[in-house]
Design a protein around this ligand. Structure first.
Ligand code: ADP
Length: 396
């Protein structure tokens, strides 16, 4: 038996999954939180149970030590013999990386340089890669980039209409994110419909804490709502999504806000959190049901923005075979699904209320049989996709 260790390293957390290579069974998964603080929290889950620990997690190296100990104590044991490759999620690959890439010292350097575009994410991803290289020095490590899937976007979709020389100098363009999920889900959609991937047009709505929409034609991303950074597009847990850039000038000129404050405002204090005080859609929903007007408006804004992108991507694709909801909100909120697509019957999009409200889990169709565009709920699985891409990159 061999397995791929999938690592998703954030600034203060590290998620991992150990996935059996042939059966794709999850042998173990875990989450280490509060890296950088004296007292961390960790959970380790296997088919035999779930354990919570409180290891010291001063840095990412300590997090890998804690993970290794969790495997020794709770299994599967013999990790060194079991793991044949490590797959790493990396947020920003710029225009440099468009495929899974074997980690070399040069690749580490490139990821480090790309931190300029993703100051919150890439350094944390790199810290995870370096700690993992130290913990598993004898196996190949592969970097899987969130941006890679979107490298197929045509210039008209990725170009911002600003001074071309300035854009060129600072590499300002739309990159797009959540690519691993959009790829996985759009392939699932074609399989679900039983149509060849090359002939399938899909709109994927990845609605989690971060949220993005993607127009996929023939298995390739042709447009997506996130841009130069993951700040653009849909309303998110704490990010504003689309905004007139002049709002930034205004707040700097008249509000006296500095760059870091603006960054913090738009990335961490906006979206659902900015509108309602909570970034969690479940809270917003509860408050809206209890009559809280701000929460009701927030839901309206959230759904209106999704509808706006669905309309845009229907036009970009010339119609869609499927619209797919995925991630925390997309997979779990009938209300958001229903409201986001309400009134689109004239465009051949018709949700079946009963199917949408059903407590059924897993892959399912929630549109009526007559709906020209199928509306689907397909759970995403970024870890599995990373494991698969890691294996295929090494086989190539
Ligand atoms: P991440 O981007 O961190 O991976 P997830 O995909 O887990 O996020 O999505 C998190 C979001 O999903 C949260 O806003 C949460 O409120 C929402 N969510 C989770 N479960 C439900 C549910 N049953 N109903 C509505 N929203 C849910």
């Amino acid at each position: 038996m061999t397995a791929v260790l999938v690592v998703n390293s954030g600034s203060s957390s590290l998620k991992y999954q150990l996935i059996e290579t042939d059966t794709e069974e999850v042998l173990a998964k875990g989450l280490l939180e509060r890296i950088g603080q004296v007292q961390g929290v960790a959970t380790h889950t296997t088919p035999d149970g779930e354990w919570t620990m409180e290891p010291a997690l001063p840095d990412h190296g300590a997090a890998f030590d804690a993970m290794t100990r969790a495997f020794e104590e709770h299994g599967p044991t013999g990790l060194a013999g079991l793991v044949t490759a490590v797959g790493h999620r990396v947020v920003h690959g710029g225009a440099r990386f468009f495929a899974p890439t074997l980690v070399t010292p040069q690749v580490e350097k490139d990821i480090d340089e790309l931190a300029e575009y993703a100051p919150l994410h890439n350094p944390a991803n790199l810290a995870g890669i370096r700690a993992a290289l130290a913990a598993f020095p004898d196996v190949p490590h592969v970097a899987i980039f969130d941006t890679a899937f979107h490298q197929t976007m045509p210039p008209e979709a990725y170009t911002y209409a600003i001074d071309a020389a300035v854009a060129e100098k600072y590499r300002i363009r739309r990159y797009g994110f959540h690519g691993t999920s959009h790829k996985y889900v759009s392939e699932k959609a074609a399989a679900f419909l039983g149509t060849p991937l090359e002939e399938t047009r899909t709109i994927v709505l990845h609605l989690g804490n971060g949220a993005s929409a993607c127009a996929v034609r023939g298995g390739e991303s042709v447009d997506t709502s996130m841009g130069f950074t993951p700040l653009q597009g849909l309303v998110m847990g704490t990010r504003s999504g689309d905004l007139d850039p002049a709002v930034v000038f205004q707040l700097a000129r008249f509000g006296g806000l500095g760059l870091d404050e603006l960054d913090d405002l738009l990335n961490r204090r906006s979206g659902l959190k900015g509108l309602t005080g909570s970034a969690d859609l479940r809270d917003v929903r509860r408050n809206a049901d209890a009559g809280d007007e701000a929460a009701q408006v927030a839901l309206d804004v959230y759904c209106h923005r999704i509808k706006h992108y669905v309309g845009a991507y229907l036009a970009v694709l010339g119609g869609a075979d499927a619209i797919v909801f995925t991630a925390g909100v997309g997979e779990n909120s009938p209300l958001i699904r229903e409201r986001s697509l309400a009134g689109l019957e004239g465009l051949g999009i018709e949700i079946d209320a009963e199917r949408n409200a059903s407590a059924e889990r897993g892959e399912r169709r929630i549109s009526t049989d007559a709906s020209r565009t199928a509306v689907l709920v397909l759970p995403t699985n970024e870890e599995l996709e990373i494991a698969r891409q890691t294996v295929s990159a090494l086989a190539a």
